[in-house]
Design a protein around this ligand. Structure first.
Ligand code: KG4
Length: 337
């Protein structure tokens, strides 16, 4: 089955062609960093307008990169939610129109299912069940993934997503949007033990996250230095980045591994933009080794938003539940689990 995946939940317009939920033929991503950079975050109105102009050329490029035409497509899988409604509506309406005109079945996909199943596009894939940590700019959640269509939500953030915390801290430190890669780069030269930022463990046995207290602690720490010295040095900024990043890593790793232990699951899988963080990947690899858990993480380009992962999740959803309904609407909060 040849699947056309379409993704437009936030600030990336993406289209991909994937065969049978495993083999990527093309995966085109058009980002909007330049548009949102000066605002320090995504401006929803600008995001949806930018999707409008990008969607057609991006889909055409995905088809031409895969050396096929629309007539070869058996299924259109498109992100239905969660995300920014205006952004989602562009990809979702486009997919429904294509489906109607070309008489190709379409299926709406939960973006978080895409992140949790992106690993199925790699050569080495995990067996079900597994624990998935999906850490992105919009949400951060832990799922028990029982099969490719059966997800149990074990925990989620109660306030900021992990990526959102990276982006907001970057803004405080005067770094560009999206902040994750910039914080990670500055953290390389900093000392992660230099500042004791708080870790929100919440309920001892629970799997929910909270990152807003950490973000405020960084803001206060930064402001104190600026009040005292007028500005922060390069070294102080590197130490803040490293210490902040370590606080996020400690919580994500500990809670995810606890979830695996509590549920007697021997495999941990990462997904979402934050999973492209090198220090996070290393920490997971190390801790999973220690705990005798199998650990899987997709290549960085499959961690951030992309349509190939939507094609995979859509393929499995369609095989189990059949096509979506043309009267279905987008949603802004994940309905997974
Ligand atoms: O999954 P994604 O591309 O989009 C959403 O679904 O939100 O994730 C984007 C998020 C942004 O918040 C970005 O700052 C973060 O992922 N991110 C990172 C890194 N690369 C991207 N966070 C930490 N370290 C990175 N290397």
């Amino acid at each position: 089955m040849i699947i056309l995946g379409i993704e437009s939940s936030c600030d990336d317009t993406s289209a991909a062609v994937v065969i049978d939920g495993t083999a990527i033929q093309s995966n085109v991503i058009s980002g909007q960093e330049e548009i949102h950079n000066c605002f320090g975050g995504v401006v929803p109105e600008l995001a949806s307008r930018s999707h409008l102009s990008a969607i057609q050329p991006v889909v055409e490029k995905a088809l031409s990169d895969a050396k096929i035409s629309l007539d070869d497509i058996d299924l259109i899988a498109t992100t239905q939610g969660p995300g920014l409604s205006g952004s989602l509506l562009v990809g979702y309406s486009y997919a429904k129109s294509l489906s109607l005109v070309k008489k190709i079945p379409f299926v709406g996909v939960d973006h978080m299912a895409g992140h949790a199943l992106a690993i199925l596009l790699e050569e080495e894939t995990p067996d079900f069940p597994f624990i998935a940590l999906t850490a992105s700019g919009g949400t951060s959640s832990i799922f028990l993934v029982k099969s490719s269509t059966d997800f149990e939500l074990l925990g989620r953030t109660r306030d900021d997503a992990a990526g959102e915390a990276f982006d907001k801290v970057a803004k405080v430190l005067g770094l560009p949007y999206p902040g994750g890669p910039h914080i990670a780069a500055h953290a390389e030269t900093g000392d992660e033990k230099s500042i004791k930022f708080p870790r929100a463990w919440l309920d001892k046995d629970g799997f929910d996250f909270s990152f807003s207290g950490l973000k405020t602690a960084v803001l206060n720490y930064h402001n104190k230095i600026v009040q005292k010295n007028g500005s922060i040095t390069k070294e102080e900024r590197a130490d803040i980045c490293a210490s902040f990043q370590q606080a996020v890593i400690d919580v994500l790793v500990t809670k995810t591994i606890n979830a695996a232990r509590t549920h007697g699951i021997s495999t941990v899988v990462l997904g979402g933009g934050v999973s492209s963080n090198r220090a996070l990947r290393l920490a997971f690899s190390h801790e999973c080794d220690k705990c005798k858990l199998q650990f899987f993480v997709p290549a960085a380009k499959l961690c951030t938003d992309n349509a190939a992962m939507i094609a995979v999740a859509g393929y499995h959803k369609y095989l189990r539940f059949g096509p979506g309904n043309l009267s279905d609407d987008v949603y802004s909060r994940s309905q997974l689990g």
